[in-house]
Design a protein around this ligand. Structure first.
Ligand code: GLP
Length: 247
């Protein structure tokens, strides 16, 4: 029945026609966010095209962010993206709460760590000074969104070793318990492709697009307290900033 949908006489390439058909299924909500899409084999049988053609159509929609792949599970329709404002200093928990989602973390490691030169420079300390190093997988409503490594330095930062950072917001603790409110930050953004270890943790396929942020966070009198390197799943985020023309 559906075979006739891809036209052999059309000047449009077949992979392109299949892309349009799949786009229409998303628009028409026949395929909803989070749905598993048919496999290459199923699509090729259904539309009478080669698996290569089906693969090309899927890959392009993955690259466009409409689909995402999960290692060993298949290809899914992307969920609505998280819009991350780039002009306000917020923490992950705060961002997710504002969206009505439950934030959590899976602490991969938390320990004291001698700062290397780069980190020391960012935190205005000497290299070799001990900082609290926290490596976390960040999760919202059970969905892994980002990997973050924070290096924290202030007098008595080793007390953070005793905190349960699976359940608590770092920024909240810094503010209310340690008197080190995060007040401003410098942040850089960069694009990249995810490696094998991170892909496994984020449940995405190796080589998926990711966004890196590097942030230096300051408390009062521009005293650095955190240097953080984060990796966000590319298909789950939109970074937003309001621009104003200079006069
Ligand atoms: C963001 C920042 C990190 C920061 C984190 C704090 O994700 N990129 O630099 O450490 O928020 O989040 P939370 O307060 O949830 O621990």
């Amino acid at each position: 029945l559906l075979m006739s949908i891809i036209s052999r006489n059309s000047p449009l390439p077949r992979y392109y026609q299949l892309k349009e058909i799949m786009r229409e299924k998303i628009r028409g909500e026949e395929w909803k966010p989070g749905d598993l899409i048919p496999s290459e084999r199923e699509l090729s049988e259904q539309y009478g095209i080669s698996r290569m053609t089906a693969r090309q159509a899927i890959t392009e929609l993955v690259n466009e962010g409409l689909f995402y792949r999960e290692q060993g599970r298949g290809t899914f329709v992307s969920r609505h993206r998280i819009t991350q404002h780039l002009t306000q200093l917020t923490g992950f928990t705060q961002d997710m709460q504002a969206r009505g989602q439950r934030a959590s973390a899976h602490v991969l490691s938390a320990r004291m760590w001698p700062a290397d030169e780069k980190i020391a420079e960012r935190l205005h300390i000497k290299s070799g000074d001990n900082v609290f190093r926290l490596h976390r997988l960040r999760i919202a409503d059970g969905d892994p969104l980002a990997l973050e490594t924070s290096f924290i330095h202030f007098m008595g930062c080793e007390r953070l070793l005793e905190e349960d950072l699976n359940a608590h917001s770092l920024y909240h603790l810094l503010d209310v318990k340690y008197g080190q409110p995060p007040l401003e930050a410098d942040q850089e953004l960069e694009a990249g492709l995810v490696g094998a270890d991170e892909a496994r943790l984020l449940k995405i396929s190796v080589g998926s697009p990711v966004l890196y942020t590097r942030r230096t966070t300051y408390t009062e009198r521009k005293q650095p307290i955190e240097y953080a390197a984060s990796m966000y799943c590319g298909h789950k985020y939109t970074f937003y900033t309001h621009l104003q023309r200079e006069h």
